[in-house]
Write a protein that binds this ligand. Structure first.
Ligand code: B12
Length: 426
């Protein structure tokens, strides 16, 4: 059930005060766009199979704490944390739950649900220790550097364990000219380093973190200038914006054209709940660094009632058929293979429909499996060959030579396009 209707004036008030206290001129999200994004998040709570802590985090940072969906999500996340944090969650997932609960003004050390309880920062500390041990020994963590960035951020914001030492290791990763780290990961790691920078009393650590933050922030400014407002791609831009909003002392005397980055992101009209959840904090000037200092007693913003429009209906595409070439290549593991097929699907179909059509036509060669994730279904296996966290392998999708920037349930191939699935490493 969507939240009670409230005037757009309340949203304007959000943008004009508190959250936007740090807003610079021209660097604000239009109220209608904010409403649209919050409505996408509300809808996702009802529709999603798994409770998503990034969505709760975004609701809270945007001040939209009054909606029923947000209340429901908070309860589900507490239940999940108690049931799964220790055994079934990755370190990054525990970190996201910790940040989400902190931003809900809950104590992550005492999460209670159905008579059970868990101390999330403690669980996170244990999992982070394993990530760091692997990172120091092999140069890669157990999961992803992005997750380890979230881990150190959550440990720092809850002041748990020896996160200063972890930050030193992460800063060295950022400064290593050989490590090719994507913008999303650089941004999350930089936020963690900013948190530690503000707390550490050790001059050597401060200097190292300063160097790393200066390097990352300047590289973001360079990328934005080259990309017309986009830093990396549209999905990483808002994470980089969180850094640019909070790290001006590291790139001074350079100035940030925040209006250019803001308009690049909000004019894109992001649709995926996860993309919206990651974009909102920067757009309302409430970065992840604020999660421990939110004032939960302020009047909540509720979200205007959603009136259903045809564009929200998820009808199957019925356009004229298009032809898509689909090939699957493995040169990495076991017996190499390179197989191709041409399929016909209605115009407007997603890549998932192409994979399904190929599987239907030739199940022996083109069978595949997906797993649900916070970004939607991820393809985990094709032709009986599965990606592996241990070997750091995955199925990467390309259009011609270009790596796709969306997953199979979002990307819509054009007529005559050649889609390639290539077994790759990360
Ligand atoms: C690390 C990472 C990966 C790793 C994940 C490894 C692992 N075992 O964890 C690998 C290299 C496998 C990967 C693959 C892809 N990724 Co990726 N990935 C990321 C990154 C940098 C961090 C994810 C993370 O660690 N989150 C923290 C943990 C705690 O959260 P989580 O929910 O448990 O994370 C899971 C999901 O994020 C999932 N995942 C990761 N990427 C993707 C992409 C898609 C489409 C899906 C459905 C799931 C998914 O893997 C994580 C572990 O299970 C994000 C950046 C971001 N802004 O989120 C991009 C990101 C999510 N990936 C992206 C993309 C495009 C892809 C690919 C489609 C690339 C391609 N051309 O093939 C493929 C997926 C293809 C497939 N087989 O379906 C985009 C998604 C954009 C969008 N609008 O859909 C992002 C946002 C990067 C970006 N800025 O463009 N990715």
């Amino acid at each position: 059930m969507l939240g009670a209707a409230l005037s757009i004036g309340v949203l304007l008030a959000l943008l004009g005060s508190g959250a936007a206290g740090r807003a610079l001129q021209g660097c604000a999200i239009p109220p209608q766009e904010l409403t649209r994004m919050l409505q996408i998040l509300e809808r996702s709570v009802a529709e999603s199979e798994m409770p998503n802590p990034s969505v709760l985090l975004a609701f809270n940072l945007a001040g939209a704490t009054g909606s029923n969906a947000r209340q429901q999500l908070l309860k589900q996340i507490e239940e999940e944390a108690v049931k799964r944090a220790q055994k079934d969650m990755s370190s990054g997932q525990v970190a996201l739950c910790t940040l989400a609960l902190l931003s809900s003004c809950r104590d992550p050390q005492h999460v209670e649900s159905q008579g059970l309880s868990v101390n999330l920062p403690q669980v996170l500390q244990q999992k982070t220790r394993k990530e760091m041990a692997r990172l120091e020994e092999y140069g890669v963590p157990l999961t992803t550097l992005y997750s380890v960035g979230l881990d150190v951020l959550a440990l720092c914001l809850t002041r748990t364990g020896d996160y200063e030492q972890d930050a030193v290791i992460l800063a060295k990763q950022l400064l290593n000219p050989e490590s090719q780290i994507d913008v999303d990961t650089q941004a999350v790691v930089a936020l963690a380093l900013e948190c530690v920078y503000d707390q550490t009393k050790l001059d050597g650590t401060r200097d190292l973190l300063h160097d790393a933050l200066k390097e990352v922030a300047n590289s973001f400014l360079d990328k934005q200038a080259k990309g017309n407002g986009v830093i990396g791609n549209i999905y990483s831009t808002s994470l980089a914006m969180q850094v640019l909003e909070t790290a001006s002392k590291f790139y001074a005397p350079r100035e940030w054209d925040c209006a250019q980055a803001f308009s690049a992101v909000y004019s894109h009209q992001l649709q995926q709940p996860m993309a919206v959840a990651q974009a909102l904090p920067a757009l309302v000037h409430r970065p992840y660094l604020d999660v421990a200092s939110l004032d939960c007693s302020v009047v909540a913003v509720t979200i205007p009632q959603l009136s259903p429009t045809p564009s929200q209906a998820t009808t199957a595409p019925e356009g004229p058929p298009i032809k898509v070439y689909y090939s699957v290549t493995n040169n990495l593991k076991g017996k190499p293979f390179d197989i191709s097929i041409t399929v016909h699907v209605p115009a407007g179909s997603t890549l998932l429909a192409v994979l399904q059509a190929a599987e239907k036509e030739n199940p022996k060669e083109f069978s595949f499996k997906t797993k649900p994730t916070s970004w939607g279904p991820m393809v985990v296996s094709i032709h009986g060959l599965a990606g592996s966290d241990t070997d750091r392998t995955f199925w990467e999708f390309f259009s011609g030579a270009d790596s796709l920037q969306e997953g199979v349930s979002v990307y819509k191939p054009r007529d005559g396009e050649h889609i390639r699935a290539v077994f790759s490493t990360y």
